[in-house]
Design a protein around this ligand. Structure first.
Ligand code: ATP
Length: 362
């Protein structure tokens, strides 16, 4: 239906008075990508999305869509469409007129715009509701109408600001699957703002993790999860232990470091200066319980908490200068050799499961 466009963000900043919301970010989103801007509240995701859409001015830098610099173009001239968090449907208009609205603004004649609006409602399986008003719809149906309304201009990129946040958990997961299907079938670029790492992992081809107005990592979901670039990313994505210390040297190709007042551990990564502060990430589900730690790949600790989660069991362990270390084991492994709070346990992991993290804000 539409053609997809690459979005190129070049050294873009957004300053509101004395607040720098977005600080000199550069990012290429390839045409046809499902991209999620992910990060905590206030990190600059929405400002970034609104600058791509043209709903917010760009303080410095440029945004390009395909071959066109759109930095100074109004929203309707950019080839983008935006779907807002609240859907922003007009309560007094029926669904056809809601969906046809932007074509009306463009001066498209009534018959033509209503026909196109019906086509869009059909695409979203909402044609049976065409004469209803938004208040007569469920949350999921309102979202479909908002999507139809955004897509009626045949945008090259669809921008979505927390599109699933108004839905209950069950509907959220269903609509998430529908969004992915829609993006795949349309083939256009989607940029979707979310603070949920689970949502981003489920949907994105490209996850852009933002923190404090900057990009910490932009990579496919599996890379972000398996090779978090920074301690912020490792903590935000979850399922990693982040352990800090100071580098003491190199051994067998591994970086060796001391945890403050505790164990000497080893990690895979670039050689670091002796004495430099270091953070490493260890996957919570890649830790073995019961294997004696060797070569800095593990430590002995005391179990401080146990949570049963059904398919898995989560344990908190403290020791060797590490206050709260999380271990997730399969339920069958746990119950084959159960431990209780207060037990001393040896923990061990493989060299590739302890990775040195980079520092963005040094
Ligand atoms: N219109 C504005 N005027 C002043 N400051 C603003 C404005 N809009 C956003 N900010 C500030 O800019 C920063 C980034 O805001 P932004 O809305 O882009 O973050 P976000 O990551 O989308 O957060 P959330 O998930 O809470 O929507 C915040 O510190 C915010 O307070």
């Amino acid at each position: 239906m539409s053609k997809a466009a690459e979005i190129d963000i070049v050294s873009v900043s957004k300053v509101y008075g004395t607040t720098t919301a977005v600080e000199d970010i550069s990012l290429k989103i390839p045409a046809g990508t499902y991209c999620c801007l992910l990060g905590p509240s206030g990190c600059g995701k929405t400002s970034t999305l609104r600058m791509i859409a043209g709903h917010e001015s760009i303080s410095s830098g440029d945004v390009r869509l395909g071959n066109t610099v759109v930095t100074d173009l109004p929203p309707a001239k950019r080839g983008t469409a935006m779907m807002f968090q609240s859907y922003a449907l007009f309560p007094h208009l029926d669904l056809v007129d809601n969906v046809a609205f932007s074509l009306k603004m463009k001066g498209v004649d009534k018959e033509k715009r209503r026909a196109k609006a019906l086509d869009m409602l059909k695409l979203m399986q909402m044609e049976a509701y065409a004469t209803r008003r938004p208040a007569q719809l469920s949350g999921g149906q309102q979202q479909r109408v908002a999507l139809a309304r955004a897509l009626i201009t045949d945008p090259e990129a669809l921008l979505l600001d927390e599109p699933l946040s108004a839905l209950d958990p069950f509907l959220k997961i269903r609509m998430r699957a529908e969004l992915k299907k829609l993006q795949t079938s349309l083939g256009i670029t989607f940029v979707h703002v979310t603070h949920s790492q689970e949502e981003a992992m489920a949907l994105a081809d490209l996850i852009v993790v933002m923190n404090d107005g900057r990009i910490e990592q932009a990579a496919p979901p599996r890379d972000v999860f398996e090779r978090p670039a920074t301690s912020f990313v490792a903590r935000f994505m979850g399922d990693h232990n982040v352990v800090g210390g100071r580098v003491t040297g190199l051994r067998g190709g591994m970086v060796v470091f001391d945890v403050n007042g505790g164990a000497s551990l080893a990690a895979s990564g670039q050689p670091q200066e002796v004495g430099a502060p270091i953070d490493i990430a260890i996957r919570t589900d890649h830790v073995r319980i019961g294997d004696a730690p060797a070569h800095g790949l593990g430590f002995n600790g005391i179990v401080s908490n146990i949570e049963y989660r059904g398919a898995t069991v989560k344990m908190s362990v403290a020791g060797a200068g590490i206050e709260d270390f999380t271990v997730i084991v399969d339920d069958s492994d746990f119950f084959a050799r159960p431990v209780t709070v207060g037990d001393a346990v040896p923990l061990a992991w493989d060299p590739q499961d302890a990775i040195v993290l980079g520092r963005l804000h040094s």
